[in-house]
Write a protein that binds this ligand. Structure first.
Ligand SMILES: NC(=O)c1ccc[n+]([C@@H]2O[C@H](COP(=O)([O-])OP(=O)(O)OC[C@H]3O[C@@H](n4cnc5c(N)ncnc54)[C@H](O)[C@@H]3O)[C@@H](O)[C@H]2O)c1
Length: 325
């Protein structure tokens, strides 16, 4: 059985659906701080906190856990600078607790969510995994520490891990069953769609004077179902008894904020009101993943286009609105 921490959240719930489709039995461990009980549709929900060793031990005692997929974390870059204690507590201490309990129960395989934030301001594009790790915010530093914990547990106790460094997760389940619901929402595509659907008045565009063709920053977007698939491939890789280490999950392609907005405008058939705002501190011009290692080692490459990401997010958002009406 697979333990999925943070399985009630955005990427976690999509991965749980992919696990269920692959007939992989799993249990969701989540404190529902940013996740949702309605998003736990495939495995049983065990309500617990990774900061609490007792919760973790109870879950490991109750279920025959053999592998772990670890999403549970706090992940708002801006908030991490204002609440560093909470971020180090959940992301670093919570991960250390999980690894300790895994060791106690002789569970030696973990796939976990790292982030492009580990790199900081890139020296080269696309960014390879060998790029120096120089995070520019607390969130990114917690992810580097989580990776370091895994590497040290590997050396000392033979833990096999995969640190999946995602770039920007986007889109929703194509069946519309689950999708992205964060409060506050800081990700671009849901905010573009909220504005398009009239839920918010204006879309803020942070920085319109970057050295890019339209002046807005460029990011790498990955469909959440493509990400989910990569977790299954990583689990299978670890089952061979090997350690995968760090691996980028991105597309090798970047889209500017302006291009994402234009694409959404074409889909909804009208212009989206937008306001130019100051650049945010620490927001690099371009973040694009080199994904050759994921291709070579996992046989993974993203399958969905930007339009498919926006379309699936739109289907989920409109369904949600109908539900609330
Ligand atoms: N969404 C992205 O674009 C993106 C990009 C890079 C990395 N990541 C990483 O991927 C992971 C999942 O991201 P997401 O967007 O799905 O986030 P999310 O907030 O939707 O999901 C996180 C889940 O973890 C749970 N959780 C938080 N603290 C917990 C605790 N102490 N104990 C138990 N459960 C707890 C939340 O309730 C939530 O269900 C995170 O680790 C995040 O840092 C996400």
């Amino acid at each position: 059985m697979i333990l999925v921490t943070g399985g009630a959240g955005y990427v976690g719930s999509h991965t749980c659906k992919a696990l269920a489709q692959a007939r992989e039995e799993h249990i969701v461990f989540d404190n529902l701080s940013t996740g949702h009980d309605w998003a736990v549709k495939w495995g049983t929900l065990f309500r617990g906190d990774i900061c609490n060793l007792h919760d973790l031990r109870t879950c490991f005692q109750r279920y025959p856990i053999q592998e772990v997929v670890h999403f549970a974390a706090l992940s708002l870059v801006g908030e991490s600078g204002i609440k560093p204690a909470e971020y180090y507590e959940t992301n670093v201490i919570g991960t250390l607790n999980l690894l300790r309990v895994m060791k106690e129960f002789e569970v030696r395989s973990i796939v976990f969510s790292s982030s492009a934030a580990v790199y900081g301001e890139p020296e080269e594009i696309p960014i390879p995994e060998s790029h120096p790790l120089r995070p520019v915010n607390v969130y990114g530093r917690t992810k580097v520490m989580m990776e370091q914990l895994m590497a040290d547990f590997q050396l000392a106790y033979g833990l096999n891990f995969a640190a999946l460094r995602y770039f920007n997760a986007a889109g929703a389940d194509p069946d519309g069953e689950i999708g992205e619901v964060h409060e506050p929402e800081t990700h671009l595509i849901p905010n573009v769609l909220r504005t398009a659907l009239g839920i918010q008045e204006m879309l803020d565009i942070y920085g319109t004077d970057y050295p890019t063709p339209d002046g807005s920053p460029i990011r790498d977007y990955i469909h959440v179902t493509d990400l989910a698939e990569a977790h299954l491939l990583a689990l299978n890789y670890l089952r061979r008894g090997a350690c995968l280490g760090a691996i980028n999950l991105g597309s090798n392609i970047g889209y500017s904020v302006g291009e994402v907005v234009n694409s959404a405008e074409r889909l909804v058939g009208h212009t989206i009101p937008k306001a130019a705002r100051q650049r945010r501190a620490g927001d690099p011009v371009r973040l694009i993943a080199g994904n050759s290692r994921a291709k070579e080692v996992l046989g993974w490459s993203p399958q969905s286009s930007l339009e498919e990401m926006i379309q699936s997010a739109l289907v989920f958002s409109t369904g949600k609105m109908r539900h609330l009406a």
